[in-house]
Design a protein. Structure first.
Length: 329
């Protein structure tokens, strides 16, 4: 009986090894032939915005590099959750990708629940852009420096109001981080989009806001807004005369970024091909001109560096949300 058991076990082991030997070449062959059909890039926002621009730029570049059509699909809604969820539910074969911004890693802490887990369900391929925000006030505001702003926030009983494009957006989170790091009385006023927020800021209906570089540069250049500081660790090449917040508040670093993601479980050779595709895209002169014209800073990262970057960002915003007891209403 023992002999029969050993024989059976040996047979099962042989079958298992044969099966794995068959599966491995198939998976390897699929990766070697990747891509053999069109690729979809999901953008979780409507057409025409900054994230959509990045998605379409990467799509064109990957199409040229990989030799297959790359189609952008806009799936907006629920603060980017709808588009993100579609990617996390897709097959991990490199044919459905996601271009995301910080909302991806802010939402799980800020919202009551989201149907995805960034670490479990997605793999960062590379960042595409990493750009600071700009702290701006109405041009006729008596506040002319960051020190003026924090002093006014501390001395005013009602505090200072700051506008953003909506709850949980990067400009909102930047204001909450400034509030926490300077112990100033800063009150968030959410708007439905950056357009209405900037309109009320220019009119003096709110005291300040964090704006993207393109918007800030435009309004500062036409004397409708006054720039106080930028949110990166280094001064902005686009607005070099503005100090960084970190020059006054050590290690203050807020970046609006975009990055390309794949579903978790995507084979390593495919991830490597996609990472190399982003690298080549950000070396293309036309792509660089497009991003520069949009006020974006192109930043390529290796797979390892991209994973570390997203993890660090997720932990930073989770702490801001938790410490500030911030939740979507």
């Amino acid at each position: 009986m023992l002999s029969t058991f050993r024989c059976t076990l040996r047979s099962l082991t042989t079958i298992a090894l044969a099966a794995s030997a068959t599966i491995a070449p198939v998976a390897s062959h699929a990766a070697d032939n990747y891509p053999s059909r069109p690729i979809s890039i999901i953008v979780s926002y409507p057409p025409g915005g900054g994230v959509d621009l990045v998605g379409r730029l990467i799509a064109r570049s990957l199409e040229a590099t990989l030799g297959q059509p790359v189609v952008v699909e806009n799936r907006p809604g629920a603060g980017s959750v709808i588009g993100t969820s579609a990617v996390t539910r897709s097959q991990p074969d490199g044919y459905t990708l996601l271009v995301a911004d910080p909302a991806l890693i802010i939402n799980p802490s800020f919202m009551q629940s989201v149907p995805y887990n960034v670490k479990r369900d997605l793999v960062p391929i590379s960042t595409v852009t990493v750009s600071p925000l700009v702290l701006v006030v109405p041009n006729n505001s008596p506040i002319r420096t960051l020190s003026d702003l924090t002093a006014a926030g501390k001395s005013s009983e009602k505090g200072l109001n700051f506008a953003s494009a909506g709850l949980g957006t990067t400009p909102h989170m930047a204001g909450e981080l400034l509030k926490a790091r300077t112990s100033s009385n800063l009150v968030h006023i959410p708007y439905k989009g950056s357009g209405p927020a900037m309109t009320d800021l220019i009119a003096g209906q709110v005291d300040f806001a964090f704006a993207t570089q393109p918007a800030a540069a435009q309004y500062i250049g036409t004397n409708r807004l006054h720039g106080l500081a930028t949110t990166g660790l280094e001064r902005s090449k686009r607005l070099p005369d503005l100090p960084t917040i970190s020059e006054t508040v050590p290690d203050f670093n807020v970046q609006f970024w975009t990055a390309l993601f794949a579903p978790a479980g995507t084979p390593q050779p495919i991830l490597d091909k996609l990472n190399e595709g982003v690298k080549r895209a950000l070396q293309d002169p036309e792509a660089l001109r497009t991003l520069e014209a949009a006020g974006e800073n192109p930043v390529y990262m290796s797979l390892q560096d991209a994973a570390a970057f997203v993890e660090k960002e997720e932990q930073m915003w989770k702490k801001v949300v938790t410490d500030g007891n911030l939740k979507q209403q």
